[in-house]
Design a binder for this molecule. Sequence first.
Ligand SMILES: Nc1nc2c(ncn2[C@@H]2O[C@H](COP(=O)(O)OP(=O)(O)OP(=O)(O)O)[C@@H](O)[C@H]2O)c(=O)[nH]1
Ligand SMILES: [Mg+2]
Length: 203
Amino acid sequence: MKLVQVAGYLGSGKTTLILSLVKELATRGRKVAVLVNDVGEVPVDGQVMEKYGLTVKDIGGGCICCQVAGNMRATLNNLARNQKPDIVIIEPTGMAVPSAIRDGATIDPKFDSLNHGPTIVLFDTTRAEKFLTYETLERLVNTQLKDADIVALSKTDSASPEKVEYARSGVLKINPKARIVMLATKTGEGVPELAAAALGEGV
Ligand SMILES: Nc1nc2c(ncn2[C@@H]2O[C@H](COP(=O)(O)OP(=O)(O)OP(=O)(O)O)[C@@H](O)[C@H]2O)c(=O)[nH]1
Ligand SMILES: [Mg+2]
């Protein structure tokens, strides 16, 4: 079972992206489960999940979008034992530190082995200045960015090219090793690239 984390600050576009990724991965024949440990502005759409992901009733507790809250290992074990998805996408809360989630994600080897896919961190370009200059926010956002394998510069459809470039150079100063992907989930830009990355296909 492969674990892909989609992290990023509150409201950065995680759930919106995950729903698109689920569709994209399902059309490529993958069985996907989604774990969210926060209830955000955009709810995880049960119909989308039913059509493209695991059926809602498959998951104990009644929903594919398992509320993780301190229970991630039990949920992962449960998935590994029962539904056996190919990929589990996890959306931590916007305040989470991605490396802590990654380190905490384990499954009992008697069920399966856990293969760590990329940690994707969203950086909201429409709020780039806030994130790069407000001290209290900066610290959390910096930590998140440093933990990223891929930084997706999100909502590029709503930010000027200058702002996107400002975000890109700011992010690279914090994490020079991150792969940068331009993302506008609303128009679809960047989604196939992130789906390929989730599958471990080099681009
Ligand atoms: N312009 C634009 N807005 C977007 C895009 N993706 C998401 N949004 C908007 O950003 C807001 C937050 O999106 P969510 O997907 O809920 O973000 P989130 O990171 O899951 O939020 P939390 O779970 O609350 O941390 C919503 O109003 C979305 O419609 C995008 O590609 N472009
Ligand atoms: Mg969300």
